[in-house]
Structure formats: structure tokens, C-alpha cells
Design a binder for this molecule. Structure first.
Ligand code: NAP
Length: 252
């Protein structure tokens, strides 16, 4: 049994996969959660195993409470939970607020917001010294959109991520005396598949020249910030949300 288990939601590709790979290098046993792409999740695990690390691919939709329970049951089978990265997230097609439907809003908030809050609750139950745990760290993946509002694009996504920023502060203060640190990262334009899922596969490449650091970020650059926040190097950091955005939306 491992004494250092990390759950990374949405770890089959993009920022989550990069985080899982780096976490394994730093000694975590990693639950590589995914929603549907088992082949990609198993490839991440295979890469970790090839370097002598421990990982397991676990299917689960973070919008479903029963699936969340299965993700954390898998973590319990692996050992003692010490960390959670709430990374799973989705965008949707660009639209205006006056075109938003309840169905779209429910999916957006269920995955990006409720899923992260429910996963964090499961992690607190396991890690809090109040419940006999040995402490740990949670990192929530927000977005620069939380600051920008994403007008004419996906204000619903921005609002769901804004809720994550507020949640990060609230939970951090709630469990600060229980051995758990809670922080977030706000990625800017990062070169991953998420833009294609939002119907705009060339978004990162197209926007790159207009960014303060004139290129898209990489998933690995975001993963490094996440891993720092998880680590003891960040032992006095809680309730913070770090911009990893090349300067985009970095002012209040
Ligand atoms: P991505 O490449 O599209 O990967 C998304 C991951 O989330 C995949 O592993 C996917 O699993 C998983 N996922 C999707 N819906 C899920 C669900 N309901 N339950 C569990 N897992 C689910 O995304 P990314 O760009 O790496 O983004 C990761 C996080 O960073 C997200 O929270 C996103 O909002 C945030 N972010 C990204 C950017 C950017 O520019 N890329 C910028 C700001 C913030 P499957 O492979 O199985 O579908």
C-alpha cells in the first residue's frame, strides 16, 4: 500500500495527464481518472509504469456522485490519500448568454464546479486530521476566464470557474487547521485538445501572437505549478490561486 496517493481528475490527456506524469516522478502513486478515453488513460499509466511509478486508470464522470465514490474507492485500495487535483473540465461551443440553455448550464456547472466540490469533500474526509487523516493538499484548476468573463465565447464556463476560485478560498479557510492546504491555478491559453472540444481547435495557435508572452502555454508548464502547490515547498501557501497564463488576465 502506498502512503502517498494522488487523485488527478481528467488525467487522460492535456494538463491532467502532464500533472499525473510529473506527480509520479515526484513519488506519488497516481489515480489517473478519465471520463471516456480508456486508451489514453492507460497510455498515461503505461508511461508512469515504464519509469517505475505506480498508477491506475479509473473511469468516472465527476458530474456523477456514484462515479466519484468509485474514484475514491480506487484511491483507498491504492493506499493513503495525500492529494487531489481537481482538473477535469469542459468548455462548450462559443455562444452569447442570451442563447444559453438550462441543459448546457447544468453540464457546465456539474462537471466544472459541482464535481470539483464533491471530489474535494471526499478528499477532506480522508485527509483531514479532524477525521484521523494525516493531512494533504488540494489543487483546483480554474481558468483565466474566471477573471476575463469570456464574453461572446463561454460566460457560463467563466462563471463556473469563478465559482471554483471562491470555493478554493472558502475550503482553504475551512480546513487550514486540519492539515490540508487548498490552492488553485488559473491557466491561460494552453495548447491542449480542449479547444477542439469547444469547436475551435486552432484557438491556441491563433491567439498566441496576441498574448503577453506571445505563445500558448504547455500542459507541462501548468503541471509544474500544480505540483509545486501540492508539495511541501508550498507548505505555507493556502487559499491562493496562481495565474499560469503568460501574463493574460494577470491583473485584478
Ligand atoms: P482536455 O485536454 O480537454 O482534457 C480534459 C480531461 O478531462 C480529459 O482527461 C477528459 O477525459 C476529462 N474529462 C472531461 N469530462 C470529464 C468528466 N465529466 N469526468 C471526468 N473527467 C472528465 O483539457 P485541458 O485543456 O487539459 O484542461 C484541463 C483543465 O484546465 C480543465 O479544468 C480546463 O477547464 C482548464 N483550463 C484549460 C485551459 C486551456 O487552454 N487548455 C485554460 C484554462 C483552464 P476523457 O479523455 O476521457 O474525455
Amino acid at each position: 500500500m502506498s502512503d502517498n496517493v494522488l487523485v488527478v481528475t481528467g488525467a487522460s490527456r492535456g494538463i491532467g495527464a502532464a500533472t499525473a506524469l510529473l506527480a509520479a516522478e515526484r513519488g506519488y502513486s497516481v489515480i489517473v481518472n478519465y471520463a471516456g478515453n480508456v486508451t489514453a488513460a492507460e497510455a498515461v499509466c503505461a508511461a508512469i509504469h515504464a519509469k517505475g511509478g505506480e498508477a491506475a486508470a479509473v473511469r468516472g464522470d465527476v458530474a456523477l456522485e456514484a462515479d466519484i465514490d468509485q474514484i475514491f474507492a480506487a484511491a483507498d485500495r491504492m493506499g493513503t490519500l495525500t492529494g487531489l487535483v481537481n482538473n477535469a473540465g469542459v468548455v462548450d461551443l462559443a455562444t452569447r448568454v442570451d442563447e444559453l440553455t438550462l441543459a448546457r448550464l447544468e453540464r457546465m456547472f456539474a462537471i466544472n464546479t459541482y464535481g470539483s466540490i464533491l471530489c474535494a469533500g471526499r478528499a477532506v474526509k480522508r485527509m483531514s486530521t479532524k477525521f484521523g487523516g494525516k493531512g494533504g493538499a488540494i489543487v483546483n484548476v480554474s481558468s483565466a476566464a474566471a477573471k476575463l468573463g469570456a464574453p461572446n465565447n463561454y460566460v457560463d464556463y467563466a462563471a463556473a470557474k469563478g465559482a471554483i476560485d471562491t470555493f478554493t478560498v472558502g475550503l482553504a479557510l475551512e480546513v487550514a487547521g486540519e492539515g490540508i492546504r487548498v490552492n488553485g491555478v488559473r491557466p491561460g491559453i494552453i495548447a491542449t485538445d480542449i479547444h477542439g472540444a469547444g469547436g475551435d481547435p486552432d484557438r491556441a495557435e491563433r491567439m498566441a501572437p496576441s498574448l503577453p508572452i506571445p505563445r500558448a502555454g504547455t500542459a507541462e508548464e501548468v503541471a509544474k505549478a500544480i505540483i509545486w502547490l501540492l508539495s511541501d515547498e508550498a507548505s505555507y501557501t493556502t487559499g491562493s490561486v496562481i495565474n499560469v497564463s503568460g501574463g493574460r488576465a494577470s491583473t485584478p
